[in-house]
Design a protein around this ligand. Structure first.
Ligand code: IDC
Length: 475
């Protein structure tokens, strides 16, 4: 398998342009509101590499609330092309580009910002557009007209799974060589967040929180951590099955991939939960067999057992899923808390020499950036040349899940995962008072989940990493 080097999301050249736009009142607002205040600001930023670039466009409404918008701009040269956009419908004719709002982001309250973006190509230079229009009206700068009290923003509704969402773009996933590939057979990387134990933090996974995860974090993936012990599944199998099903539906409605994590931890022998696993996966795979966005993680962190015990467990659980869903991607935990054996003195060779006997299978690797460093990175990189790896859980902190975020080590880790196109989910999208939690304590008691004011240091770091434009090839 030849690894295809990934074009860097963070390219060689970064340019930033801030433009002021004024909304065209007549085109945007009902006639009765012709005296409304108008104005907005746009930030246009690009990361460029040799012949390609990613543009991030941030549109802030400084005037009264609007419902639906069209942004127009012209490239300096017609060799600059929009290749693939997101969060708006893009059209290009010659050098002229229009971007129209989608159903879920057309409403912009006073002071609200919406972010759109696209991947582009160019030859020669790649100048930023110098002028923008909104609904055909040339923008000139500041807010004009009387100010009116801000209107109540419409209730948040999840974005429909349009062609703009990660799940809609990539569709059904499959393992190709040592990669995760999308419906076009191209290697992709999914970047997202793991829940904390759903038995403890149900309020963190209600609609506003998941809206923010999908549209403010631009998360591709939501991992649903269903503990089996510790007041989890074993205490109420039907109830937890229903909760997981409900969370899969919520992820689906927002165009994210849903990873169903059978969160075994103690005891470390997955065989202890074999019958529970069969019962659980029989139910959830029957329910979601027709979806393309569900990934099954059949055991979180085996520990204190041999690889052959884990492989044996996998080869009993996988057929239960396959009976309902013949080709979904299934992730198998590895020895020593999904460290490929490293945390118990082993390495990936035992898996490379004796892989699970099933197709569309990946292997889990977990790390905690303040505890696990170069030797773990080296083993993951070595394994990833041979095995399809998925970092289904990692923390920016130490292995206890608490303590300070080690952002230097986390950056080295995430740069490695980006380079190798290894998908990941960060522990945790929750407001537990511990260093690994992305949300500040108490956040889940409220209804506001967007922006950085609700985030911990780890959360702000992860949101920055996850919300950058994806690289999902479609041809
Ligand atoms: C930790 C949580 C902590 C909780 C504990 C319970 O962060 O709040 O009290 O589980 O068991 C893992 C596990 C994951 C751990 C996490 C941090 O998959 O369940 O979460 N961790 O210790 N493996 C390595 C670290």
């Amino acid at each position: 398998m030849t690894r295809i080097p990934r074009t860097s999301r963070r390219g060689l050249l970064a340019t930033g342009v801030v433009c002021a736009l004024t909304l065209g009142a007549s085109a945007l607002l009902p006639a009765t509101n012709a005296m409304a205040a108008t104005g907005c600001a746009v930030t246009y930023t690009t990361n460029s590499w040799d012949g390609g670039f990613t543009a991030s466009v941030s549109i802030k409404n400084l005037g009264d609330a609007v419902n639906g918008w069209t942004l127009g701009f012209s490239f300096g040269q017609s060799s600059q092309r929009v290749v693939q956009g997101w969060s708006a419908t893009f059209e290009q004719s010659g050098a002229a580009v229009t971007a129209r709002s989608l159903s879920y982001n057309g409403a912009l309250a006073t002071g609200a910002t919406t972010n759109i973006g696209f991947n582009g190509s160019f030859s020669g230079s790649n100048p930023a557009p110098t002028s923008f229009t909104l609904n055909g009206v040339t923008c000139t700068g500041s807010t004009t007209g009387p100010t009116t009290p801000p209107t109540t923003p419409p209730p948040t509704t999840p974005p429909p799974p349009t062609a703009q969402t990660p799940a809609a773009i990539n569709g059904k996933l499959r393992v190709c060589g040592a990669n995760l590939c999308n419906q076009y057979g191209k290697p992709i990387q999914l970047r997202g967040m793991s829940s904390h134990g759903i038995q403890w933090f149900p309020r963190c996974y209600q609609d506003p929180a998941l809206d923010a995860l999908a549209t403010d974090w631009n998360s591709d993936l939501f991992r649903i951590a269903m503990y089996v012990q510790e007041d989890g599944y074993e205490t109420d199998p039907a109830g937890f099955t229903a909760r997981v099903n409900d969370l899969v539906e919520k992820a689906t409605a927002r165009g994210m991939y849903a990873m169903i994590d059978f969160h075994t931890l103690t005891p470390g022998d997955p065989t202890f939960n074999l019958e529970r696993a069969k019962t659980f996966f029989r139910a959830v795979s029957a329910r979601h067999a027709n979806k393309d966005n569900v990934i099954y993680e059949i055991t979180n962190e085996p520990n204190g057992v041999s690889w052959s015990t884990i492989k044996n467990y996998a080869e009993q659980v996988i057929p239960v899923i396959r009976a309902n869903d013949p080709d979904a991607v299934i992730v198998v935990g590895t020895r020593a808390w999904s460290s490929l054996g490293v945390s118990e003195g082993g390495n990936a060779t035992e898996v490379i020499n004796n892989p699970v006997n099933a197709s569309n299978v990946m292997y889990a690797f977990h790390f905690y950036a303040a505890s696990h460093r170069d030797n773990y990175r080296a083993e993951l990189e070595r394994a990833a040349a041979r095995l399809p790896m998925f970092v289904t859980e990692f923390g920016t902190v130490d292995y206890t899940g608490d303590g300070a975020a080690d952002l230097a080590s986390s950056t080295v880790w995430l740069d490695l995962l980006d380079r190798l196109k290894i998908s990941y989910a960060n522990w945790t999208f929750s407001d537990k008072a511990e260093g690994s939690a992305a949300l500040r304590p108490g956040t889940c008691n409220g209804s506001s989940f967007t922006g950085t004011s609700v985030l911990t240091e780890s959360g702000a770091f992860m949101r920055n990493r996850i919300r950058t434009p994806d690289n999902f090839p479609t041809s």
